[in-house]
Design a protein around this ligand. Sequence first.
Ligand SMILES: [Zn+2]
Length: 473
Amino acid sequence: MKALVSIAITICLSSNIFSQINFSAESKKYIEYNDPVTVFKNVLLIDGKGSAAKPHQTVIIRNGKIEWIGDDAKATTPPDGKIIDLNGKALMPGLVMMHEHLYISAFSLDPFYLNVRQLPLSFPRLYFAAGATTIRTTGSVEPYSDLRIKKDIDLGLFPGPSIDLTAPYIEGKNAMFPQMKENKTPEEAAAFVNYWADQGFTSFKAYMGVDKPTLKAAIDAAHKRKLKITGHLCAVTYAEAAELGMDSLEHGFGASTDFVAGKKENECPAGPSASGSLGELDLQSDRAKQLIQRLVDKKVVIDSTLAVFEGVASDEAVAAMSPDTKDSYSKISAMMKAAKPPGEDKAFAKMAKMEKMFSDMGGLLTVGTDPTGIGGTLAGYGSWRAIELLVEAGGFTPLEAIKIATLNGAMALDLDKKIGTIEVGKSADLLIIDGDPSKNISDIKKIQYVFRNGVGYNSKKLFDSVKGKVGFN
Ligand SMILES: [Zn+2]
């Protein structure tokens, strides 16, 4: 009898909410819209394809999918529709962010030891609060925690984005992080790929120490399973990686060792980092243009992560940090400021410009947060900064930056038939912004609601729920 009553209640409830997901009490704290049909009226429409923003639009979504888009004057409001009058606020696609680790830097300075700390609760939530409805994790350090986070979000236990889970790093010799396995042979790397694919990981990332034979084996193993592989490389150059069949490369051109003088084959150059060599590079030289052209020709996606190179936390990000994280960030950032290598600003400016050149020459550029470095680039806050820097440092227009952060990410994940733009038939992954990011990119911070599959979450409540705790869990 009790069972029947509970079934009756479930049926009754499901008549006025559409989502099949049984959201937990925790998720429901942030959900403000969950209707089978929602009509957004008086929308400033930013479609994600790069077209100019269109005012006075109506967008109708049904059962989590976009059903109709057009002028307010031509819209027929369905009788069962929940009407949301946006009063001229912007509606844009959810962000598709491509370098969204579920961990933060947590290394020790004395004695120096590189380490990271998994943040299963706050990081997925911050990405989501900032508007990311889809993320790729781009390197795991706690794989079973990553698998669990995705499962719990998909079940509705916690609010968060859709996740493309990247397996633990495919590292070669001399791993810098204690969490990384050193794959010493091509056979070992292939077995590693197959093992993690079997566990449910859907993408791969090769790391700095992998040499060409190991990388080739990893690429082939991933491709055999129709999965993609990206890399933060060092021992292998970008030109070599393109020849080997790499799908994408991380950190824009910041990890390219192609221009490091005297670089030895299959070795990560010691001393001044790869980015140092970029500071001296003439971007109009043939060798710069030839490398970019080669990547374009080989259809290698480049993922921009300018925020982590900048490394500065906004006041809001600092306020979000837990006390130990804040303390560590302020100490490391003071130390880095004092020890800033000459030419770093020049290298940063060139890196940003190379991304624009790559895009102008026809390459597919995406954007990611990479919440590591000196600990100032937090999920969410850093995601916004990464997008702002495409405009500020890269010279993209706000509309181009929005396309990079939406449609381009979806294309890189082969999900552009489902997500990435506001078009009929796509998932209702939408952001309500109280501003116009097509004119001023920083307006993406004026986000009010994040809709994922047609369910609307209050962004501020999500941010507030982890304020002062980020870095702890
Ligand atoms: Zn990374």
